[in-house]
Design a protein around this ligand. Structure first.
Ligand code: ZN
Length: 57
């Protein structure tokens, strides 16, 4: 699981805004852009090209 300190320094690559940890899906999400960034091997993939649209739930 990612540490909160790491989350604090992460920003969305698109809007440069704050992101949230989605512990349930082990991902980083930007609610502004509605993007979903995978975490692989404990490393968040903060790339627009790798981002997926946030599912409507
Ligand atoms: Zn964003």
């Amino acid at each position: 699981m990612l540490k909160k300190e790491l989350l604090d320094i992460l920003a969305c690559p698109r809007c440069k805004g704050p992101v949230e940890l989605d512990g349930e899906h082990n991902a980083i999400i930007c609610r502004t852009c509605r993007l979903f960034f995978e975490i692989r091997d404990d490393i968040p993939i903060m790339l627009i090209d790798e981002a997926k649209p946030l599912a409507e739930t």
